[in-house]
Design a protein around this ligand. Sequence first.
Ligand SMILES: *[C@@H]1O[C@H](CO)[C@@H](O)[C@H](O)[C@H]1NC(C)=O
Ligand SMILES: *[C@@H]1O[C@H](CO)[C@@H](O)[C@H](O)[C@H]1NC(C)=O
Length: 285
Amino acid sequence: MEAPRWWLLVPALLAVGHCLALANQEDSGAMDPSPPDVPPGPALPCHKLSVSNIDFAFDLYRQLASEAPGENVLFSPVGISWALARLFLEAPAASRAHLLEGLGFNLTLVSEAEIQEGFRDLLRRLPVQGPQLLLMLGQRRFSGLGPGAAQDPAGAQHSIREYVEKQTRGQLGAWVEELSDATEEVLVSHLLLRAGWARPFDPRATSLKKFFVDEHRAVPVPMMRQKARHRFLHDPELQCTVLQMEHAANATTFFVFPQRGRLGQLEDALLAETLIKWDSQLRTR
Ligand SMILES: *[C@@H]1O[C@H](CO)[C@@H](O)[C@H](O)[C@H]1NC(C)=O
Ligand SMILES: *[C@@H]1O[C@H](CO)[C@@H](O)[C@H](O)[C@H]1NC(C)=O
């Protein structure tokens, strides 16, 4: 296979997917030519956020990617939407509309009250703590910093680092941002995800293979292999392939593999509609 420069939609998008009325898990695959037009199950309050949250995630992705060409990009869109959504609760009315529009909401289509209820609903559904799926999302605000504060910046930094280490169970490297003397408040947002595959990999099938970090450079990494049925498609228009892999407990990861040299084109086309189109075209094979 040609070695594409590839990237993955971070599992954090899974948090969006979690609340997106996507296709029925019982995909009857190639046998069933009719796309799932009707979302399964009743509409939930958090569904009102789905399209805006996805568009926000992709817009932010484009921005981060353009600021760091050639670098890896890893972020939790829902964590950021949620942080901004919390700010909006405290903001004066005029700034509220700005914040919500910045998050991609069209206030003629969805009301502030529906957005609030949507986020509350999303957060009620998100924390999952089981043996197969652990998805913890949290935020804490460290305020009262800055000039005249009881705690000096070094002390505050220490508390924040301790908090982050505890919340991420030491999985995240040190929190390295330096607090400046003028910093008055820090909002820490964290997400911890551990998800087993619905169809686990055989560890014996893992071996070192070349992983292409860009078009020309490869590094050896342990590469997992399996032969199984998954939802898959080739998108001739965007020249990419999409693989959907199920985790246990209703969580899903999408991998999107652009063909060589087609990453930019794909990035430009990342919209909620694209995800919805892929979802209707994915077939088990
Ligand atoms: C919001 O939705 C209305 C109704 O569909 C549309 O006319 C308007 O252009 C939208 N505004 C933005 C900023 O997209
Ligand atoms: C998966 O989703 C179905 C339908 O929404 C629900 O009944 C079931 O409890 C979920 N399973 C887990 C492990 O969350």
